[in-house]
Design a protein around this ligand. Sequence first.
Ligand SMILES: Cc1cc2nc3c(=O)[nH]c(=O)nc-3n(C[C@H](O)[C@H](O)[C@H](O)COP(=O)(O)O)c2cc1C
Length: 385
Amino acid sequence: MQLLLAPMEGLLDFALRDTLTRVGQGPGVAGAGAAQAHPSGVDRCVSEFIRITDTLLPARAFIRTMPELLTGGRTLAGVPVRGQLLGSDPTLLAENAARLAELGSHGVDLNFGCPAKVVNRHGGGSALLDDPELVHRIVAAVRRAVPPGVPVSAKMRLGFNDDYRAEDNALAIEAAGASEIVVHARTKAHGYRPPAYWERIADLRREVKLPLVANGEIWTVDDARRAQAASGCTSLMLGRGMVADPGLALAIRAAMAPADAPAAPWQGNAAGSAGIYKEKWHPALDCNNLFATESGVLEGRPGSATAFKGLLDTQLPPHVPWAELRPLLGSFWALVEQRVERRHRAGRLKQWLNLLRRRYPEAQAAFDELRTTNDAQHMEGWLAG
Ligand SMILES: Cc1cc2nc3c(=O)[nH]c(=O)nc-3n(C[C@H](O)[C@H](O)[C@H](O)COP(=O)(O)O)c2cc1C
């Protein structure tokens, strides 16, 4: 079983990847018995998308989204990160993939799922799913451009308006030489509305031989079990569920041990020093606009009562105690301070608290206290307290 941390532009970025892969290093964490897995339970992260439009990007553009390239392509806690590219031009994507591989990314992932209008208008993301032949050309060009030892993977939705080309797309990706497909089990038209149609992944498994990873709506250990049963996949990608409950990967491992056999011995990242992440933050696209209406994440902005309509489940105990998590909020903030413009910092912490409050009453209290502030100093005061 592989547990992957999902790419989430504007939410699960470098700072949160770093923080979530530090989980589980303290005492008293549920699931710590999964001895050989990385302490966080996460096998691999995928960066948020790097948009390729009309040029070969300079190294600094890749490093801006994926600072882990400066530390051997791993988070400071040692989990490998795979860079994700988004675009629609096979040649340009191939050139950029070659550069990303050269910079030390643990593979290249291709985005066939982004639902953002601005991206789809330019033929990228989930819009590509209407054209399996182009999907094939993109994957094949990227596969040819990167060294044979560098894995090329794809992340797809089931389709754009409907899912009837899902099999064709999966077959196209396989025939082009990819080594894995993560399937977010919804179409673009479904947005982020539950449910996820995990059973459609089982249909794809009947058609393709390469490893598939199930993704979408895995918030609990029970969801993980049901996703595995319905899709037939052992490997899972966790997105919002892991942001809401940073111990989720560990809990899934603990629940599924001993079937879980981790692949590699884990080491911390020797190059690790948060001090090297000084580069200025320039979001490639404003994710608040990209996902605001569909994600259910950003709807919980201050003043909005609609966050996770009917989904709050604080009655479920978190897998990492608040006392363990609290210092991680501090290290998250330290990274945000280094990389995010001051005026955007408060929003970053509130976004995380917004999801954490699904599990932690303490996060709910913090969210209530901080929801109306956009002042980084106020946040600092709360964190210091
Ligand atoms: C705010 C946000 C940003 C996202 N950004 C990306 C992205 O950059 N690349 C990508 O392939 N998927 C992206 N996704 C989709 C997630 O990776 C994932 O497929 C989706 O959230 C479903 O998984 P979950 O239910 O576990 O969150 C994003 C989702 C959200 C909510």
